[in-house]
Design a protein around this ligand. Structure first.
Ligand SMILES: CC(C)(COP(=O)(O)OP(=O)(O)OC[C@H]1O[C@@H](n2cnc3c(N)ncnc32)[C@H](O)[C@@H]1OP(=O)(O)O)[C@@H](O)C(=O)NCCC(=O)NCCS
Length: 171
């Protein structure tokens, strides 16, 4: 089987991103604060401008993992102003048939290297407590629980655990 490749998403590949993101929301509705219904109504130009980091004046790293040119996973690193110390991880998803091959770990490593290069001291995320695969992924990577459980979204009984990992930016 071919090896996967990780690439940075740009506005030119918005269709690839839209496909993967909508698939993720449909396939793993309990993993994300947003829903398929909320994002399926976005216009093509909204999908495109999400990836236009200059236009949005944001510092982010939107990644896609590809296998034979097909998107098989996504994840974002995101630094919210004004707290430039923390890189957040969002939208992590691997297509079911490509799980267990180290793709999520590779995406995390890319985001970690980017966050360190940006001088961040911490990476942060929130994971649904019942999502054993994701909790295990983040724990084995070195994330630890940080703070009380929060609601996944207002209409859901599911809870998310905030987790963080310290970065040694001098490394
Ligand atoms: C969680 C998820 C991203 C893992 O992706 P993946 O590419 O299969 O993960 P990797 O192959 O890189 O696994 C890395 C480590 O994570 C842990 N892990 C991954 N899948 C696991 C599973 N099903 N059960 C237990 N641990 C698991 C293991 O520690 C693994 O290391 P190992 O293979 O050396 O044992 C994937 O299952 C997924 O997309 N789930 C649905 C969406 C989701 O939950 N996103 C997270 C939102 S916070």
């Amino acid at each position: 089987m071919s090896k996967f490749e990780i690439k940075i998403l740009t506005p030119e590949n918005w269709e690839l991103y839209k496909l993967a993101r909508l698939n993720s929301l449909r396939e793993s509705p309990d993993s994300f604060g947003s829903t398929h219904d909320q994002e399926a109504v976005l216009s093509d130009s909204e999908w495109q401008s999400r990836l236009d980091l200059k236009l949005r004046d944001i510092d982010a790293l939107p990644l896609v993992a590809e296998m034979d040119g097909q998107p098989v996973g996504i994840a974002w690193g995101f630094i919210h102003k004004p707290n430039l110390q923390v890189a957040h991880i969002y939208q992590m998803w691997i297509s079911p048939e490509f799980r267990g091959k180290g793709i999520a770990k590779s995406l995390l490593l890319k985001i970690q290297a980017w966050a360190i290069a940006r001088g961040c001291g911490l990476m942060a995320l929130a994971v649904t407590t019942s999502n054993e695969a994701a909790v295990n992924l983040y724990r084995t990577f070195g994330f630890v629980a940080a703070g009380p459980l929060e609601e996944l979204r207002v209409d859901s009984p599911l809870l998310v655990q905030p987790m963080v990992i310290e970065l040694n930016s001098a490394a």
